[in-house]
Ligand binder design. Structure first.
Ligand code: NAD
Length: 513
């Protein structure tokens, strides 16, 4: 990886005392505190960012509101062209932005660049979508009438994002919202504001080149307080919030009280069912990547593994053997498989979860230690754990955002399915089996209750073409591909009478004599 100072310079991050971006201009935050941003990779300070106060938030909202009528009036395919240009800028800066994401969040360089690739992919998708936001026509029951529906933009869309995908989640929302004709206000995670600043600096290049008004894409750096302001703000038609279930409950309630719209992408507690009919080599790779990739900090991380009792002992032995070979360290070094957790608070949560598991009667089969010494100076590195547990344990029912895999036995597929569904969350799920009866049952309405259900693929990672999201306490939102764009628009039903009479619906007569 290049030197981080060079990366920051190339991404236009020179001085960091401006926290709020109106798309084109940065506004200085007055009266706010400096927040130090430290890399979980090596514990070194990357920079400090001044977080916005209500004053700067107001300034951004005003710019966003006044940009909306201008942006809305631009034909959708032309809006798509702006998104296309942004995708091209991202192609040019993929290495630099990917490196910053990795260093600031602690994911591997490959994953950091992968996250930028996901942004590029969603831009490409949005460009195509900008010509395909179709409405339906339907036959009218009345003579000489035409009935159809059309889709209009909502206005200002708020995006609140989590630390583990510092840039991709914004682009999933913002690029789709943009081709739909909306303007966006983005509040990124307070743990990863630099990656967000870089995204806006790159966006600024496109907005300026096309003489677009400031306010089409905006950014407000701040902590949860800014997110709460957004949830309360009647000027924001849709709040798309990604993060913990606790955050989603708060945002959902606040937005609901004002009858606004929310799109919630919250925590998961994802399971893999491993049948005795599975291809074990495929399953092993998927389980390990799903459980330890991004150090267990993906919403789709595999947290529970249900293994058929016939193959349990043999598979767990193999799994432990692979875990022993995992190399843990600086994620920017491609030889390492597992990087750090985001901060020391996350390490504490990891250790607490292991302790609670033991108290509830569970057993650590491998790992679970906090690492220290050379290479682990940030104190954010842990050894991924494999723990024998029961699905009913309180700790197993919760999402601990760290690499802890709870393993358990099952006797038959119905029992496995019941266990898989018996948690509050409903994001991702998978079965490994070559038995069509099992896999079809898993996909049937009596099967997995999650938003994502995979066969012979792990729980983690999703393609942008599908609708992404989950059920139950995962929040019920859908974003990215398929018809998720409809969440960013309002539907209007239109009826035109091109005849010379005024028939009423349902055959009602209203005779004025
Ligand atoms: P978090 O809930 O702590 O914070 C997420 C964002 O919400 C941050 O920007 C934060 O400032 C803001 N926020 C916090 N409380 C708020 C409130 N009351 N009102 C408004 N905004 C508020 O989550 P995190 O630690 O950054 O991320 C990890 C969590 O995110 C995990 O639970 C993970 O599963 C989830 N996640 C879900 C998805 C998904 O698509 N389902 C994707 C990524 C992460």
């Amino acid at each position: 990886m290049q030197n981080i100072a060079t990366v920051l310079k190339q991404l236009g991050i020179k001085k960091l005392n401006e926290s709020v971006c109106t798309g084109v201009n940065w506004i200085s935050a007055v009266g706010s505190t400096n927040r130090e941003i430290v890399s979980p990779v090596d514990g070194k300070k990357i920079g400090s960012v001044v977080f916005a106060t209500e004053t700067e938030y107001e300034a951004v909202m005003k710019r966003a509101q006044s940009a909306f009528p201008i942006w809305r009036a631009i034909p959708a395919p032309k809006r798509g062209d702006i998104v296309r240009q942004y995708g091209n800028v991202l192609r040019t800066y993929k290495d630099q932005l990917g490196a910053l994401v990795s260093y600031e969040m602690g994911k591997s360089l490959q994953e950091g660049k992968g996250e930028v690739q996901e942004m590029i992919d969603i831009c490409d998708y949005a460009v195509g979508l900008s010509r395909q936001m179709y409405g339906l026509t339907m036959p009218s029951e009345r003579l000489n009438h035409r009935m159809f529906e059309q889709w209009h933009p909502l206005g200002v869309v708020g995006v609140i994002s989590a630390f583990n995908f510092p840039v991709a989640v914004w682009s999933w929302n913002a690029m789709i919202a943009a081709v739909c004709g909306n303007v966006t206000v983005w509040k990124p995670s307070e743990k990863t504001p630099l990656s967000a600043i870089a995204c806006m600096n790159l966006m600024k290049l496109v907005l300026e080149e096309n003489n677009l008004p400031e306010g089409v894409f905006t950014l407000v750096n701040g902590d949860a307080g800014i997110g709460k302001m957004m949830a309360e703000d009647k000027r924001i038609a849709l709040v798309s919030a990604t993060g913990s279930t606790a955050m989603g409950k708060s945002v959902g309630k606040t937005v609901g009280e004002r009858l606004g719209r929310s799109l919630l992408e919250l925590g998961g507690n994802n399971a893999i069912i491993l049948s005795e009919h599975a291809d074990m080599n495929m399953a092993l790779r998927a389980v390990v990547f799903g459980a330890v990739g991004t150090a267990g900090q993906r919403c789709t991380t595999t947290r529970r593994l249900m293994v058929h009792e016939k193959i349990y002992d043999g598979f767990i032995k193999k799994l432990i053997k692979v875990y022993k070979q995992l190399s843990i360290g600086n994620p920017l070094d491609e030889n390492n498989h597992v990087g750090p957790l985001i901060d020391q608070a996350a390490v504490k949560q990891f250790s607490n979860a292991i302790e609670q598991l033991k108290k509830e009667g569970g057993k650590v089969l491998f790992g679970g230690k906090v690492l220290s010494g050379t290479g682990y100076e940030s104190a954010c590195y842990v050894q991924p754990a494999i723990c024998e547990a029961r699905n009913t344990y309180k700790i197993v029912q919760e999402e601990t955002f760290a690499p802890i895999l709870y393993v358990m036995k099952y006797k038959n597929i119905s029992e496995a399915l019941a266990m898989q569904n018996d948690v509050k969350q409903g994001l991702s799920s998978a079965i490994f089996s070559n038995n069509i009866r099992e896999t079809e049952l898993f996909l049937s309405s009596a099967g997995s209750d999650c938003g994502i259900a995979n066969v012979n693929i792990g729980t983690s990672g999703a393609e942008i073409g599908g609708a992404f999201g989950g059920e139950k306490e995962t929040g019920g939102g859908r974003e990215s591909g398929s018809d998720s764009w409809k969440a960013y628009m309002r539907r209007q039903t239109n009826t035109i009478n091109y005849g010379d009479t005024m028939p009423l619906a349902q055959g009602i007569k209203f005779d004025l004599g």
